[in-house]
Design a protein around this ligand. Structure first.
Ligand code: ARG
Ligand code: ZN
Length: 873
């Protein structure tokens, strides 16, 4: 059953206040909700009030103190409850019983490690009580929580604690009042045996805010980094956007069982514990960075999501695209902007471009969906953030800030649409941005083909640009989009030419608005090398017929750090493409001397930030290659990529060793950006050395593993060992297990490592690990670590030619389908691009999708993805 954006109608009833009472019990919980409804005065005579509800046991319904009768006053439907004769205003009290202890879908009210918690976005509130579970119904929440004090000493909800007390039989209660109107998806409740760390933050205008992070007692020492990250986020949002926190307390709760990363519930964020806990021994540098970024993300939602929310779920990117953009800028401002940009674009290209080329392709604002949970995607989040970035690229930072200011001035307290955001940006800058709307309505990654002609006599240089957007399920024929294309022209010396467009000084940002367009630069004294799509100024595929020599030139000289990196990526992709061809034709494989030297120059350039050198040495993944060079043969791709890595390792062995040893002894461990960059480069060197067929390598890794005083180095060494069949591997894995078996988050790394091994028996290993006492299919982090890593980070084995990887995944998807449909629907995704693979594998992948589709009792989540994947293109 499909829901369409075009069918949106405003709610007939608004809710003035909502009082919730939770009586938390060992077997079930009783929820009493009392809401004051107010009919929209423009609706005369419409008396039906439709409330959403799922998996609820209804106990009673009262309207203004009078019990209502089933089928006479109200009706139960598969979707919820209908009040048949609702007056213009009235107070409804509804009592329901729910079973959080049996909730394996981790949506609504559930238990994690014996504590109660909630996840209501997108539509989990309807599993708590009957309500209009839609974001354009915003109200004032008061929450009473009653529970046994011994088991649940801490009782939390949104807003401020206004009263608390003792009850008989060892019970106690607490009342929370949230002074801001909010939609139901931002509701949260937590109850349990928790400890907290506390800190304070004083806002620019002098509000003193209490900050607390709650966890199970044994993790209390690992919250300091998250706390410092929160304070940095609060400061940054004031400085960059003038936005202050608006309550007296900000709480974060870490839970082990969580479907996603984290949730921005008003005043009471709930986090997957992997995005809170950090200590040098247990968390990698990447974990530290991820924690800071997600703490920032959820904090930034307080304004972009909570104060201004979405009118309906089609508008999800309004809050997510904008908030991801904000967290990207936060990380860029605090660390290295170039490194951050490179990493974001790498992820976008690997996963979002893939999604945009899949049967699940959708615009950042979808026009329809079956199950909204399937639209918390790379497209809505990451492409959405790229589209927000387009405004900043076009309007400048100051113009973007003016647009944000107007957006808040106009819409604070409202539930709005992406058009409202576009209008605020346009009006604040008196700019015509209408064509940007197409980015919200059209799916597919635009391709921009550029060619250059140089006229030596006229001293002009012409860039000819052709844009096209591939057909996607929602539309075959696309309109041209507004694409800011940031360019530079490089002289022979490597310096940038001053740009003149038809003799007018130009800032380098070309605005593509038509299918085909030419730009003529004047005063160009020599034939330049163009640097195109600088800083990745738009989420497009840029095609330009670069020669190998030009790419190597850009790698060395481009003043744009992003494009210097990207030239290396293009160079690698060219090499992979021709090697794949050679392999097919039985021609012996070889890598040009110029290529090898180009990477050597980057590797050994002491003037370059070590993190950027590490990025340059990290070649496109097997998944990237598969998506760019279709139809894909994963075995051939693995072979040529390994060939390139091994060739570079042999040719540059001395450089890798020198840099490795020099960086190995840097003294005390620190987690600042510079130290992280050095560790990164060192460990990239180690990974290359791992490709040498040399007895010294396992010993080197074993030594780093044994000596490491931090998880980054320990894990990097283990990651190399895990691909080598040697006694050091067995010993190190066993040691890691014995040392960390008490820590589930660290054990996730142990499972993930083994699932991504390139050794031949990896699938059997993964199957055995399913039976490991510390593995748990009901915990989403474990599923992602073991099964997700195998399917996404081990393409060679996942795509085994006999189809064993596909059959394994399908079986796990069906297991999850019964218990946790959201996670099941995520796990099925590695199968959906079956059309991109050579025919043997394509048929095997399709076969498993058909097997899943034929399964009785398929959840809506899995059904949507599988049926769309099998639909005839
Ligand atoms: N709004 C959350 C965030 O991005 C994501 C929650 C999504 N949850 C879900 N079940 N779809 O920060
Ligand atoms: Zn978000």
């Amino acid at each position: 059953h499909t829901i369409y954006l075009k069918d949106y109608t405003p709610p007939v009833y608004q809710v003035e206040t909502l009082n919730l009472k939770f009586e938390l019990g060992d077997e079930f919980t009783v929820v009493t909700s009392t809401a004051h409804y107010q009919r929209d005065p423009s609706h005369l005579g419409n008396t039906l009030l439709e409330l959403d509800g799922e998996d609820l046991e209804l106990i009673s319904v009262q309207l203004d103190g009078r019990y209502l009768q089933v089928n006479q006053d109200y009706r139960l439907t598969p979707e919820g409850l209908q009040i048949l004769t609702m007056p213009a205003q009235g107070s409804l009290e509804i009592v329901t019983r729910i079973y959080p202890q049996k909730n394996t879908a981790l949506e609504g009210l559930y238990q994690s490690s014996g504590n109660f918690c909630t996840q209501c976005e997108a539509q989990g509130f309807r599993k708590i009580t009957y309500y209009q579970d839609r974001p354009d119904v915003m109200t004032l929440f008061t929450t009473d929580i009653i529970a046994e004090r011994a088991k649940y000493p801490v009782l939390l909800s949104n807003g401020n604690l206004v009263a608390a007390g003792e009850l008989e039989e060892g019970k106690h209660w607490a009342r929370w009042l949230d002074p801001y109107r909010k939609p139901a998806y931002l509701f949260a409740l937590v109850a349990g045996h928790l400890k907290h760390v506390e800190d304070f933050y004083t806002t620019g205008s002098g509000r003193k805010v209490t900050l607390r992070i709650y966890t199970e007692p044994h993790n209390i020492s690992k919250c300091e980094h998250a706390m410092q990250s929160l304070k940095r986020a609060m400061r940054w949002d004031e400085q960059r956007f003038g936005l202050e926190y608006d309550l007296d307390i900000y709480m974060i709760v870490a839970v082990d069982d969580f479907n996603m990363g984290a949730m921005e519930n008003k005043g009471l964020n709930i986090f997957n514990s992997k995005l809170v806990f950090a200590s040098p021994e247990t968390a990698t540098d990447q974990d530290y960075i991820n924690i800071e970024s997600v703490i920032g993300h959820e904090y930034f939602h307080n304004w972009t999501g909570n104060r201004i929310t979405c009118r309906d779920w089609f508008q999800l990117s309004l809050k997510e695209g904008l908030t991801v953009f904000r967290d990207q800028e936060f990380t860029a401002d605090l660390h290295s902007p170039a490194v951050k940009r490179i990493e974001d674009v790498r992820m976008l290209r690997t996963f979002q471009f893939t999604e945009d080329a899949s049967p699940m392709a959708h615009p950042i604002r979808p026009a329809s969906y079956m199950e909204i949970n399937n639209f918390y995607t790379m497209t809505v989040y990451e492409k959405g953030a790229e589209v927000v970035r387009l405004y900043q690229t076009l309007l400048g930072r100051a113009g973007f800030r003016q647009g944000m200011d107007l957006y808040f001035a106009r819409h604070d307290g409202q539930a709005v649409t992406t058009e409202d955001f576009l209008a605020a940006m346009a009006d604040a800058n008196q700019a015509d941005l209408k064509q940007l709307q197409r980015w919200y309505d059209q799916a597919g990654t635009p391709e921009v083909k550029v060619t250059m002609t140089y006229d030596a006599t006229a001293q002009t240089c012409r860039l000819h640009c052709v844009q096209s957007i591939p057909a996607t399920p929602e539309s075959q024929h696309k309109q041209p989009q507004l694409i800011p294309l940031q360019v530079g022209l490089l002289r022979e010396t490597g310096a940038d030419l001053a740009l003149y467009l038809e003799d007018q000084p130009c800032d380098g940002i070309l605005q593509l608005t038509q299918a085909e367009q030419s730009f003529r630069f004047t005063q160009v004294p020599e034939q330049p090398v163009p640097s195109l799509l600088r800083n990745f100024s738009a989420p497009v595929r840029l095609v330009y017929p670069y020669t190998e020599a030009e790419l190597i030139f850009l790698m060395k000289h481009d003043s744009d750090a992003f494009n210097r990196w990207d030239a290396g990526q293009r160079l690698a992709m060219r090499a992979f493409e021709s090697l794949l061809l050679d392999l097919k034709q039985g021609i012996p494989l070889g890598l040009s001397h110029e290529c090898v030297c180009a990477w050597q120059v980057v590797l050994t350039d002491e003037n370059l930030d070590p993190a950027l050198r590490a990025e340059a040495l990290s070649l496109p993944s097997e998944t990237d290659i598969a998506e760019q060079l279709r139809p894909a043969d994963p075995a051939a791709i693995h072979q040529v990529r390994e060939f390139v890595l091994t060739t570079l390792a042999k040719a540059l062995r001395l450089d890798f060793e020198i840099i490795f040893y020099r960086l190995q002894h840097q003294g005390v461990y620190q987690i600042d950006a510079a130290s992280m960059g050095k560790r990164r480069l060192k460990n990239v060197c180690l990974a290359y050395l791992g490709h040498l067929d040399d007895q010294a390598v396992p010993a080197l890794c074993a030594e780093q593993y044994a000596q490491a005083n931090n998880m980054t180095d320990a894990l990097a060494a283990l990651a190399v060992l895990v691909d080598i069949d040697c006694p050091e591997r067995v010993a190190a894995l066993q040691h890691f297990h014995d040392r960390w078996q008490h820590d589930p988050l660290v054990m996730d790394k142990w499972f993930a490592l083994q699932a991504s091994s390139s050794l031949p028996n990896t699938l059997q290993q993964v199957q055995q690990l399913l039976e490991h006492p510390l593995f748990d299919m009901r915990n989403p982090n474990k599923v992602r670590a073991l099964i997700g890593s195998f399917a996404l980070r081990n393409p060679w084995h996942f795509h085994a030619a006999d189809g064993s990887g596909y059959a394994f995944l399908a079986e796990r998807v069906l297991w999850l389908n019964e218990r946790n449909p959201q996670v099941a629907a995520r796990m099925v995704r590695p199968l959906i691009n079956w059309r991109h693979y050579e025919s043997g594998r394509a048929q095997l992948m399709r076969g498993q999708l058909e097997r899943i589709q034929a399964h009785q009792g398929l959840s809506a989540d899995v059904y949507e993805i599988v049926s769309k994947s099998l639909a005839t293109a």
